[in-house]
Write a protein that binds this ligand. Structure first.
Ligand code: 5GP
Ligand code: ZN
Length: 116
């Protein structure tokens, strides 16, 4: 757990969040400022700063998130059939504001491309 990391605090239940999924490695919760009718963040409980900080030993965790949790949640949240956007903003130019790896699931409306 990293000091002063808001997502570590959510993962360890030190601050509240609207959880939609939890297992031993991952939590998912509703974004505080939703940008779409469905806007959920999927995070590892372990503190990893961003995609760039992932290490070979994180392969199983990353595969669990991308191969199991994200598609399962997309189905449960009702956005799988119409489609959704999965995003991991990375670094300053990538628009990452919280330095704990998170995957946005955005759906329930049509998405524009390219993003702003
Ligand atoms: P980023 O900009 O880093 O890709 O995404 C961070 C996201 O975290 C933003 O969409 C923001 O609304 C959300 N967020 C920031 N702080 C909190 C919080 O305390 N609780 C929840 N549920 N979401 C948060
Ligand atoms: Zn953290």
């Amino acid at each position: 757990m990293a000091d002063n990391c808001i997502f570590c605090k959510i993962a360890h239940k030190e601050i509240p969040a609207n959880l939609v999924y939890e297992d031993d490695q991952v939590v998912a919760f509703k974004d505080l400022e939703p940008q779409a009718p469905v806007h959920v963040l999927v995070i590892p409980k372990k503190h990893v700063e961003s995609l760039l900080a992932l290490q070979p030993e994180d392969k199983e965790l990353t595969a669990h998130i991308l191969c199991e949790v994200v598609p399962q949640l997309a189905r449960e949240l009702g956005v799988a059939a119409d489609g959704f956007r999965g995003v991991a903003n990375t670094g300053e130019a990538g628009g990452q504001s919280v330095k704990h790896l998170h995957f946005h699931i955005l759906g329930g409306r049509s998405m524009q491309w390219p993003p702003g």
